[in-house]
Design a protein around this ligand. Sequence first.
Ligand code: ZN
Length: 508
Amino acid sequence: MVQALHFKDYPSVRPKHLESWGSYPLRTHYNGNLGTQGYKVNYQGSIFVDSGGFLYMWGEPPGLEAFGFAGPEAPRRILEFSLKLVNLPGDRVTSLDYPIPPGLSERETRSRLRQTRQNALEAARILRERGHPARLVVPVHGRSPEEAADFAKTVWGDLKKEGLLPFVWGLGLGSMVPLRKAHRTPEILAFVGAVRESVPEMPLHVFGVTGLLVPFLLAKGAVSFDSAGYVQKARALKYVRPGYKETNLRQLVGQYPCSCSICESRRLEEDLATLSAADAPPGQKSRVYAALALHNLEMDLKLFEEAVRYQKAEALEDFLHTLAQSHPRLSPLLAALEGKPASPPATRPKPLTNNPKSFDWRRVGWEPKTRVLLLVPCSQEKPYTESRSAKAVLRAIEGLRVDVVFLSGLYGPVPLDFVQDPAVLSYDFLLQKGDLESYLRIRERLLPLLKLYPHRVAYLAPPAYREAVKELEVTLLPDNNRSRFSHYYHKNLEVLRDTLETLCQSGA
Ligand SMILES: [Zn+2]
C-alpha cells in the first residue's frame, strides 16, 4: 500500500523527482534494484495506491501547485499518477476522496460527498477507457453509518448504471481515523456493518485501521485493511509483544520475546546499546527503528492471519472472546458485535484468583460412571460446555457411554458434572506451550484418574494440551493434528466417534 501524495511527507522531493518515479511502475523501481548484502527485492504481490485524500481533511493541502496536482484538475492528475505506479491485474487504486472530520458543516459535507462520488465515477471511466489492469477502490464517507451506507448505495447504483462495475474492486471505508483516535471504536463497527449491508455484493476495505480492531471488523464483513500504525509505534519505540501487548523497547530485557524472522536475526542487547550510544555510526539507529517497525508489522499480519483462520473454521467468535479476555478494553467491541448495550463491560464474572487448589477432582468425591474416559480441552468460555469446541465434541459423541472430563490448565481434570462449580466458572488461565510447571501439576492429578479407566481417549487439538499428556497411556486424537482448529473438522469428529464406539463395545 502506498499513497500517491506520499511525497508530501518529504520536502526535498521536487517535481523532477516525481516525474522519474512516475516513469515506470513501482515494481520496476524496486525489483532487482533495491537491496544490500546480496538480497534483491523481487516483489510480485499486488500493490494498492491510495490517493492520499486523507491530506484533504482540512481543505486542499498547500504546496501541490508545483506538481500540477492543485485545483480542479487535481483528482484526474492524482489518479493518472497512481496508474503509472501499478501495472498488474490485482493492483488497486483509489480516486481522490475528501474525508469528513467530525463537526464539518452540512454544506461542506454535502459538497465533499458529491465530489468524492464524481471522482470515483470519473476514475472508473478512465480505467475502462485505458483498459488499465488495476481496479478501483471506491472511497465511502459519511457522518453516520446511515449516511455512509446511503453514499455507498448511491455510488454503486451510478457505477452499475454506466456499466462500470467490472472496473471496480470494491468499496473503501474512510473517515474512520478520527473515530479510532477518539477510541470510538464501536462506532467503526457500526459503519462497517451498515456499509456492508447496503451493498453486500462488494468487498470492503477499511482505511487506516489495524491491530486488535481488525478481527472485529472481519466479523462485521470487511476483508481488507491498511495502516501505518506499525511505523508510528516504532517511532515511539513501541514494541508489540506476542499476544499484542505494547511495551517500550527499552523495557525489554534479555532477548527479543518473539520468534519472527526479524527478531531472530537481531540481538536485543546490541540494539539497546545502539539506541543509547551517542556516537553510533550514521544509519545504525535507523536500522533498529526499521527492524522494530517490521517486527510490529509481522505482529499485525500474524493477528490478521490468525483471525482469518478462525473465520474459515467458523470460530471467529471464540477468537474475539479470547482477545477481549486478555484485552479488557475490547469488551465494548464485543458487546457492540453481539448487539448488547456497550456500557457494562463486566457482564462475565470477574476472575477471582488463579489458585490451583480451588478445585481438585481428587477431593470432590467423584467416581467413574463408565469404562471409557474422554479427555477434552478446557476453554476460555465458562462454563466449558458453552464453548464451540465443547459443543462440537458433545454433539459428535451423543448417546455414547463415556465419561467426559475436561482438562484444565489450572486444575487438571474437571469432570463434566463440575463445569458449574464456582471455582471452575471463575478462573482465567490459559495453558501455554512449554509451561512445564503446569504440565507437572496436570499430570500429577491426571495419572490417578487414568488408572480408573481401562479405556482412555484424549481429544486434544491445542499443542499445549497435547504436550501436557505426551507419553501418557492415552489414545491421542486427532491423530493427524495439523492445526489448533483440528477439533472442529468433521472428519476428526467422526474418527473420535468411531474410536469411542469401538471402545464402548469392547468394554461392555
Ligand atoms: Zn518479532
